[in-house]
Design a protein around this ligand. Structure first.
Ligand SMILES: [Ca+2]
Ligand SMILES: [Ca+2]
Length: 397
């Protein structure tokens, strides 16, 4: 299985005489990386978990190292004595501190602080206990894992039913230790604005008058601003780029609010590339334009019900091709053009109830999987698999 790896911190590279590029941190550690450079050959121990070389070579401090340092014998590289007997791997699965593992010798009696002590040996971070990889010489880090609980630690998301536990000292330390980075996610949470409720990466605001989102965590994934009497004309979402669900229901948004970038013809939601769900119901939107299109390619749910929409431009949905659910009920749509939906091959459900539809244009061969309308007459005019004449509730999984 994959090992939770250190993020790449030092990306500076060194060019071998044969042209190969290696990271500078590996230069001069006596582990050969350059195929034609003999100076790096001679102590070729790379990480092999429990089979790691444990032969006693004696502690020898190089003259180069200071009082608070030790040497990675026989390499002249020095390391801070705090890292003596501390085992960990970098993003290339190479041993950190002394790549030859010399700092892990003679650790039988070492004391492990905030880390797990392998039986009669060195210390490993708790996240390497029961991670499915043997890290201790005697393999005791992978014993009794069915009883392994992340007590007082952060439990990373499960990977193949294996859990990684991150000690609090490694939470919000600027380095991703969970494979999906949960340990670094909630580190810059800012105070919850008045009138809002915040929970993790979600924020729900009611009756507030927010004019800027720049003070909100850039990691926000769910945002609802409801009943706030706002036009949203001056609001932008550039500081919250990974919002996945956005509810702006019951405000004073109009078509101009949505297309607020003037000549750039970008929608208010431009840049929200991960947006999956957008609720603009109960506003004052009069048209869904093909000029200032929604460009959120992964949008699956769009609710523009209870507005004053009179028309839907033919090109309104040309980018949001993954749309599955569309609610345009309770508007003032008089003319219904089936061609506007022709690119929406994933569309599962469209609700057009409570619209004064008088004209139907059918130029395309598009087939609606499920169409909810007041009467069956619209279903007869367009191609429909399932005609729903009563309100049905659909939810995203
Ligand atoms: Ca392990
Ligand atoms: Ca971390």
């Amino acid at each position: 299985m994959n090992v939770t790896e250190y993020e790449r911190k030092d990306t500076s590279l060194f060019q071998c005489s044969d042209g190969k590029m290696i990271e500078t941190v590996y230069v001069g550690d006596l582990v050969p990386d350059c195929s034609d450079d003999e100076s790096y050959i001679g102590f070729g121990i790379t990480h092999s978990g429990p089979e790691m070389n444990q032969s006693g070579l004696g502690m020898s401090q190089s003259d180069k190292c200071s009082e608070l340092q030790m040497s990675c014998f026989p390499s002249s590289k020095c390391y801070d004595i705090r890292f003596m007997c501390q085992y960990d791997l970098d993003h290339n699965n190479q041993i950190i501190t002394c790549r030859n593992g010399f700092h892990l010798e003679n650790c039988e009696n070492s004391i492990c602080t905030n880390s797990y002590k392998c039986y009669m040996s060195y210390c490993i971070p708790y996240r390497r206990v029961c991670d499915g990889v043997y890290d201790c010489i005697h393999r005791d880090d992978e014993d009794f894992c069915e009883q392994h609980l992340c007590k007082f630690m952060l439990k990373c998301r499960s990977i193949q039913m294996m859990y990684t536990c991150v000690h609090p000292i490694e939470v919000c330390d600027g380095v991703r230790h969970c494979l999906h980075g949960e340990d670094e996610l909630l580190c810059d949470l800012k105070p919850c604005p008045a009138g809002c409720q915040c929970l993790g990466l979600a924020m729900h605001c009611l009756f507030t008058n927010i004019v800027s989102l720049t003070f909100i965590s850039p990691h926000l994934q769910y945002l609802a601003i409801v009943d706030s009497n706002m036009s949203m004309q001056y609001l932008t979402f550039t500081s919250t780029p990974i919002i996945q669900e956005l509810t702006l229901s019951k405000n004073k948004m109009d078509s101009k609010s949505i297309c607020n970038k003037g000549l750039q013809r970008e929608s208010l939601f431009f840049g929200l590339r991960l947006l999956r769900k957008l609720d603009l119901s109960y506003n004052r939107i009069s048209t869904i334009s093909g000029v200032c299109v929604l460009n959120n390619a992964f949008l699956k749910y769009l609710n523009v019900s209870h507005n004053i929409i009179t028309s839907i431009d033919k090109k309104a949905f040309t980018v949001i091709v993954e749309l599955e659910i569309l609610d345009i009920s309770f508007n003032k749509i008089k003319s219904f053009d089936a061609d506007a939906f022709s690119r929406l091959s994933d569309l599962q459900y469209v609700n057009v109830r409570h619209n004064p539809i008088a004209a139907v244009i059918v130029d395309s061969t598009f087939v609606f999987k499920a169409l909810a309308s007041d009467t069956g007459s619209l279903c007869c005019a367009v191609k429909v698999k399932a005609c729903l004449t009563s309100v049905a509730n659909y939810y995203l999984a």
